[in-house]
Design a protein. Structure first.
Length: 430
């Protein structure tokens, strides 16, 4: 059993981008080599900026290569909650951005000829409890009437044609949901950024950031210091002590995935006949899909613990038990991959992006709350536009990070095991 992400293991080999000399200065320094950083670098370089990206490991080694490889429209909060918080017009703008983000991933894959298996598989949001299905009925109506987004409601009996399980009580099918091979997409976007003129420096962590009296910043790294006119903090759940203000505004949650041995075409289609992406409605839920080679990728929170080799194995055992509870026909299937990673959540369950208050020229985008594949890509472009003098390109403008509700919180979510136990208990009360 491999303890590395399937998506990175099955992507083309990366070139070694470490050991290069840093230039003395750049127009834009991007900190972080995930999808946010790569998209920012790509779009800023295409505008003619001299861009240098520094990454403490390899591109895609964080959340961008460790996720479930889903690319779906829709925000983390409900459409009704979005309308209540922000009003109809603003909620519609935010919702449209999440939908446009999927289109951008597809556009980039086509434009840059990134062979990443992108296709509109459709997303099945499956109801764990009967009352969840009732909520889906109301959501379908809200999406159609207020957001111009048509979905398909499936009863429990209708769902059987889409899912080889009787575990759920119906579903909401979003035909715009997309699947892709995220490892291939990350690698392709890195190559596209370099072709556009960006420099990528791997295994060279940013260690400090200082404003200069004349404007701009000095970015200290493991292998030198570079002067930048503008800086992009693109570190999300992997934000460290070099950016303490951002670190304490995120809750970093562990998420874990197992991938089975190849199931073969017939058995794979028995599980998910039409190859949909599946996300369930549990408080501590699962995200499920078939891989391009007919394995089942089954992810979830599993344990509210950090990711490390021992923890990942324990989480994998939990996930396999849960997988076979949903799909009893997979009881004897071998698990070939298990891995974990961190997901950045904001306190209000929406991403946040903009120019840091009191630090002109320092930009950020983070807190994707499990929607990072598409939104990281989209917000990278939005920030590149902001850097070029177009603040209106940011659909999340003026939201602002909410006040941190936990006194003395420094970015270590010590309370997660307690919250996890509470929500798992709620799920057990069927």
């Amino acid at each position: 059993m491999k303890q590395i992400p399937y998506w990175l293991d099955t992507a083309p080999a990366l070139p070694d981008r470490s050991g290069k000399d840093l230039p003395d200065e750049a127009d834009v320094v991007v900190i972080g080599g995930g999808l946010t950083g790569l998209s920012t670098a790509y779009h800023a370089a295409r505008k003619g900026a001299r861009v240098v990206l520094v990454e403490k490991d390899k591109v895609g080694s964080g959340a961008s290569g460790r996720n479930g490889s889903h690319c779906n429209p829709g925000i983390t909060i409900s459409p009704a909650e979005a309308r209540k918080r922000y009003g109809m017009e603003r909620a519609r703008e935010i919702y449209d951005a999440f939908r446009d983000a999927v289109d951008l991933v597809e556009e980039l894959a086509v434009r840059e000829k990134i062979d990443c298996d992108f296709h509109r598989a459709g997303r099945l949001g499956v109801a764990f409890k009967p009352q969840h299905f009732d909520a889906m009925r109301a959501k379908q109506r809200d999406l159609a009437e207020n957001f111009g987004h048509d979905t398909v409601l499936l009863t429990k009996s209708e769902l059987r044609a889409e899912l080889g399980s009787d575990y759920y009580h119906g579903a909401l099918l979003d035909p715009l949901g997309a699947a892709l091979h995220v490892g291939k997409f990350v690698h392709g976007l890195a190559e596209a950024a370099e072709h556009a003129g960006a420099e990528i420096h791997e295994r060279n962590a940013a260690t400090g950031l200082t404003r200069t009296p004349g404007g701009g910043f000095l970015v200290e790294t493991m292998h030198g210091t570079i002067r930048a006119k503008q800086v992009m903090a693109a570190t999300d759940a992997y934000t460290d002590k070099a950016l303490p203000w951002f670190r304490k505004r995120l809750i970093n949650v562990g998420s874990f995935i197992i991938v089975t041995e190849p199931l073969g075409e017939a058995r794979a289609r028995d599980i998910i006949p039409n190859g949909r992406l599946v996300v369930d409605s549990k408080n501590v839920g699962h995200y499920i899909r078939l891989t391009p080679d007919n394995r089942l990728a089954f992810g979830g929170r599993a344990r509210f613990a950090p990711s490390n080799p021992a923890s990942d194995v324990k989480s994998g055992d939990v996930l396999k038990r849960e997988m076979t509870e949903i799909f009893p026909q997979l009881a004897g299937v071998r698990v070939d991959y298990v891995w974990g990673g961190m997901v950045g959540f904001s306190w209000d369950r929406l991403p946040h992006a903009g120019e840091a208050q009191g630090a002109k020229g320092l930009y950020y985008s983070m807190g994707y709350c499990g929607h990072g594949v598409q939104m990281a890509t989209y917000m990278g472009r939005a920030v590149a536009e902001m850097m070029d003098g177009r603040p209106e390109a940011n659909p999340l403008r003026d939201l602002g990070f909410p006040k941190v509700p936990v006194p003395f919180y420094n970015g270590t979510a010590w309370f997660l095991p307690f919250g996890g136990a509470y929500y798992k208990a709620k799920d057990r009360l069927r």
